[in-house]
Design a binder for this molecule. Structure first.
Ligand code: FAD
Ligand code: MG
Length: 538
């Protein structure tokens, strides 16, 4: 149904059914029934419930979403619709402006209460202020609850003198002072809810299934959660934490929950408390520290840092971001985005990103540093836009936070970590048998492992035998790293950056470079010269 289809002259009635309010629950993030306090509030006290979603061209990142993220969103909406249908209800989906749609619905359905999960990111503040005003105008009670992040950012701000805690360690201190995040709430009992179902529910179009390896929706999220808990429990009982980052399996099956967290198909509090309870059970007597759930704290930190900063995803006009004279080179950017740099490790990553919509953290790290301070010297904002288009988990705060971090544009410590990254040795280390590169670059499938990560070095006869002539079937490597002192001087904000050309074959230098490239990986991997950052490594 299009909001413009709603007739403009609508009889207003008494807003009450069976002495209880008629309620709209508006889904934006939080596409789930479990741990959804705003939905619970709606269900507990309503005469009639209308669950809705509005495609306004912005919500849930739809303005920039590529095919994979859009499909994930549609699947998540389908899943919600299934849940409501099982209880005799449905999810109503509209297209159009939020304020027009809501005001039409308020009148059409005689609504007296609106509930939604709070969107804490700065980009949504204006929309939600207007929605609250609209509610006042129509005398509709507006109930908003925070459950997309562990701590209510307002609480964190209050406990830090009204400003966001600027460093990750300070954030952890403040969060500890605020106290434990709330435990997840139960899923609502929909069997008692009265739904008013209309029959014009459109079905989403079926699309090309070729690269669909991720499935959206709460049902899938909860299934993955169960599996993931087993993996984490195994790690805890062996004395490890964060197994996914400690032992990166870049070519492994699709088990990540980042897109589910991004759309709120899985509650962050359910994951946090699941991990925390398991840790304490398996490590009796040990204190729980955030290092056991460091990744979730990074998510929280990046959300927190963006909460009052509308320009968080920009360089200029963003007070926490250094202004860096990045190069502008459309052709280099295009080759990077298309996976045509000539460096198989980077190109395989970009092909996986474009086709499947998700890449492992190690791969994000490799390709983002390659684009920015590591090799090409192009702006992180360009990289962010590409990630924003293709990632199923692309998240306004988390994406920008990580790009600033990776490009040494903001946040502590990494600014003193000015090494470049060798796209050859980094790839060899992470994909030692070449399974990953061969999967995403089938043109190189017969290239011997010795040359797989630098195929331009393969003798012509080897290239012919492999059926891949460099410069014809697969590109020559593009220039990477600054060529002369002039270029180096552009990067003086990072003393010591770009000590050499990454493809120079200087093994000693490359080793140092590689070790720096693995911040945040397992302790075994972190060993080696040149590493910077401590436990705070992202
Ligand atoms: P796990 O290691 O199992 O972590 C569990 C959860 O913690 C993740 O699902 C995610 O929600 C959170 N998390 C993990 N690492 C980070 C991190 N570094 N920062 C913030 N949260 C984290 N993640 C996104 O969810 N959305 C993004 O848009 C995004 N953009 C990124 C951009 C760049 C340049 C980089 C380097 C990383 C980005 N990440 C982003 C972070 C990270 O790579 C993914 O969250 C992770 O790969 C997801 O895999 P997982 O669920 O198996 O992670
Ligand atoms: Mg700035």
């Amino acid at each position: 149904m299009d909001s413009t289809d709603i007739p403009s002259t609508i009889p207003v009635n008494e807003n009450i059914v069976n002495d209880k309010p008629v309620c709209i629950h508006w889904f934006r993030h939080g596409l789930r029934l479990h741990d959804n306090p705003a939905l619970l509030d709606a269900v507990e006290d309503c005469g009639e419930l209308y669950p809705i979603f509005i495609f306004d061209g912005e919500v849930a990142g739809t303005r920039t979403a590529g095919y994979n993220r859009m499909r994930f969103l549609l699947e998540s909406l389908h899943d919600l619709d299934d849940h409501f249908s099982n209880e005799g209800g449905r999810l109503f989906v509209f297209t159009g402006n939020v304020l027009t749609t809501l005001s039409n619905l308020f009148k059409e359905w005689s609504v007296s209460k609106l509930t939604f999960d709070a969107d804490v990111e700065a980009i949504w503040h204006e929309r939600d202020t207007q929605v609250r005003r609209l509610c006042e105008k129509y005398n509709v009670e507006c109930v908003e609850k925070v459950s997309h992040v562990l701590w209510d950012p307002e609480e964190i701000l209050k406990n830090n003198g009204g400003t966001p805690p600027l460093t990750y360690s300070l954030f952890n201190l403040v969060a500890t002072a605020v106290g434990d995040p709330p435990r997840p709430v139960d899923a609502p009992d929909l069997s008692k809810v009265t739904f008013n179902v209309k029959s014009d529910h459109e079905k989403f179009e079926e699309q090309n299934q070729r690269f669909n390896i991720w499935t959206g929706g709460e049902s899938k999220a909860l299934e993955l959660f169960q599996y993931r808990m087993k993996v984490e429990e195994m790690a805890f009982s062996c004395g490890n934490v964060m197994p996914n980052q400690a032992f990166p399996n870049i070519a492994g099956p699709p088990l990540s929950m980042s897109a589910h967290l991004r759309f709120g198909c899985l509650s962050i509090r359910k994951l946090y408390w699941g991990l925390r309870d398991a840790y304490l059970k398996l490590n009796p007597g040990k204190a729980f520290t955030v290092s056991a759930i460091g990744q979730l704290m990074w998510r929280e930190y990046f959300y927190m840092m963006s909460v009052n900063n509308k320009n968080y995803d920009k360089m200029e006009s963003n007070p926490i971001c250094l202004n860096i004279p990045w190069y502008e080179d459309k052709e280099k950017l295009r080759r990077w985005e298309q996976g045509e740099t000539g460096y198989p490790w980077i190109d395989a990553i970009m092909k996986q990103l474009k086709n499947e919509g998700w890449i492992h953290h190690v791969c994000r790290h490799a390709t983002s540093t390659f684009l920015t301070r590591g090799d090409l010297g192009l702006s992180w904002e360009d990289g962010l836009k590409v990630f924003d288009k293709y990632l199923i988990d692309a998240d306004w705060s988390v994406n920008a936070g990580n790009w600033m971090w990776m490009s040494s544009s903001a946040f502590e410590k990494v600014l003193q970590c000015p090494k470049c990254f060798c796209p050859v040795r980094y790839g060899r280390k992470m994909d030692s048998n070449g399974v990953y590169v061969r999967r995403y670059l089938p043109v190189l499938k017969d290239m011997p492992i010795r040359y797989l990560f630098e195929p331009w070095k393969a003798p012509r006869s080897v290239q012919e035998k492999a059926g891949c002539i460099i410069g014809v079937d697969y590109p020559e490597p593009m220039h990477c790293g600054p060529a002369n002192s002039d270029e180096v001087s552009k990067f003086v904000w990072l003393p010591g950056t770009h000590k050499g050309n990454c493809s120079s074959g200087n093994e000693e230098l490359s080793e140092a470079i590689l070790c720096d490239g693995l911040m945040g990986m397992s302790p075994q991997m972190k060993r080696g010269p040149g590493r910077c950052g401590g436990d705070d490594s992202n």
